[in-house]
Write a protein that binds this ligand. Structure first.
Ligand SMILES: *Cc1c(COP(=O)(O)O)cnc(C)c1O
Ligand code: SF4
Length: 424
């Protein structure tokens, strides 16, 4: 299958778009000025049910729609488009809307480590054991998710260019921090890089034989947005990618693919299943993660089915995330209380091997905070959430449960009232 990328202009010409009424196409064109839109022929041809596109999870996941903007925001952009403004003038309007959508939730701008007094802009080191690396050529994706918390980096205007090419410096940094055990390649999606480019980074890490480094991870959505990356029968570069995986596992390091799946429909087709088998054959493990999203997957039965299917395919369910407050989050948001219900009911419905997934997690400013439960306190007759930092900037604060007042409507940790000061 030949790889075709679609953007707001080209998708109009795709045959499948006959299902889309003209006004919807126009809507997409307007909203996509604000929310980055990119798709490809695999996502469009294989994952979306065009006859029922309005409710199709992958359609909603990749095609921006009018409800993702406030009405006044939509009108502002539409007016600017209708007026045929110059590109600069149009982008001024578009950018003013983007800036209203909390493009850089606090912590993205911090965590930049230094090596010998020099900042490493493509590296994040927030938690003790693990370093994140953002290679320059991996800062896009095969398709862009409408809910993505990293959406600003897909726009020229908001991109802060936190990426780099100098893997040697990353290697030296890891060597100097002996408690770092894991290196996570992230983006965007590192799997949009050709195996030749990606190997350029990875082989240096393997050859460096850093004594404290025992795991390499790739955060990716390539398995569901372009599984041909791992299918030699379709793609001549795939064998090279799989061979690179083998070099990692042969070196004695663990390789974990952190695969992003939002909906069970992504697990259904054969291309994906073959890709999974090929990856596992290299000795790599695949772990899965996804946020709970309104309009996409806010159902406990759906999560139970998804985790069960994943386990059957040899994947390990890992994280369930809570959607961050950026981009069109109001459209996708699910209250914490409901997320917890979805999680706890789903986990009760699964077999034991699918219970590896951790309680729902918010990636907040200080760390990853989990919702462990909801309790009724018989002493004061009130309800509480039990929270816990599974990861914290300050290592000593991890895995210590604490209580906050239950709030049916709250959608993020900063809206909660703590019982003991400074526990959040
Ligand atoms: C989630 C995350 C990681 C990886 O965390 P694990 O819990 O080890 O999977 C690393 N760094 C940052 C900044 C993160 O948000
Ligand atoms: S694949 Fe991940 S990084 Fe890429 S757009 Fe989707 S959520 Fe964002």
């Amino acid at each position: 299958m030949r790889y075709l990328t679609y953007n707001a202009k080209t998708f109009r010409n795709i045959e499948y778009m006959r299902y889309l009424p003209e006004e919807v196409k126009q809507e997409i064109e307007i909203v996509s000025k604000v929310i980055p839109f990119k798709s490809n022929n695999y996502v469009v041809d294989y994952l979306i049910d065009w006859e029922n596109y309005e409710n199709d999870p992958i359609y909603i996941l990749t095609f921006p729609n009018k409800n993702m903007l406030r009405e006044d925001q939509y009108e502002r952009v539409k007016r600017a488009v209708d007026q045929n403004l110059s590109e600069d003038e149009l982008y001024e309007v578009v950018n003013s809307v983007r800036l209203e959508m909390n493009p850089h939730p606090a912590q993205q701008l911090t965590n930049i480590p230094q090596l010998n007094g020099e900042k490493l802009p493509g590296v994040q080191h927030k938690y003790r054991d693990i370093v994140l690396f953002f290679p320059t050529q991996g800062q896009s994706c095969h398709a862009h998710c409408t809910f993505c918390f990293r959406w600003p980096q897909f726009t020229k205007q908001l991109d802060l260019q936190f990426s780099m090419r100098e893997i040697d410096k990353v290697i030296e940094y890891i060597r100097e921090h002996e408690f770092v055990h894991e290196l996570l390649f992230t983006g965007g999606d590192p799997m949009i890089m050709s195996p030749a480019v990606l190997s350029g980074y990875v082989d240096k890490v393997i050859d460096a034989k850093i004594p404290n480094l025992d795991t390499i991870r790739f955060g990716t959505k390539a398995l569901t947005y372009w599984p041909f990356t791992f299918l030699p029968s379709y793609n001549e570069e795939a064998e090279e990618m799989l061979n690179m995986f083998r070099r990692i596992t042969d070196s004695g390091m663990h390789l974990s693919i952190m695969a992003h799946f939002n909906h069970p429909v992504e697990l259904e087709n054969e291309a994906l299943q073959e890709a999974i088998a090929n990856i596992r054959e290299t000795g790599a493990q695949i772990r899965t993660q996804a946020p709970v999203l309104n309009h996409i997957n806010n159902s406990s039965q759906l999560w139970a089915n998804m985790w069960t299917k994943q386990v059957n395919l040899g994947l390990v369910p890992y994280y369930m995330f809570i959607e961050r407050e950026t981009g069109p989050y109001e459209y996708f948001q699910v209250p914490l209380a409901e997320v917890y219900n979805i999680y706890s009911e789903a986990i009760r419905l699964t077999g034991s091997l699918a219970k590896t997934v951790t309680a729902p997690v918010m990636s907040a400013a200080k760390g990853k905070v989990q919702i462990l439960g909801v309790v009724d306190n018989p002493l004061d007759g009130k309800k509480y959430f039990i929270l816990q930092y599974a990861r914290h900037r300050d290592y000593s604060k991890t895995f210590k449960p604490f209580l906050v007042e239950y709030d049916e409507k709250a959608t993020w940790v900063d809206q909660l009232t703590e019982l003991v000061p400074n526990s959040i």
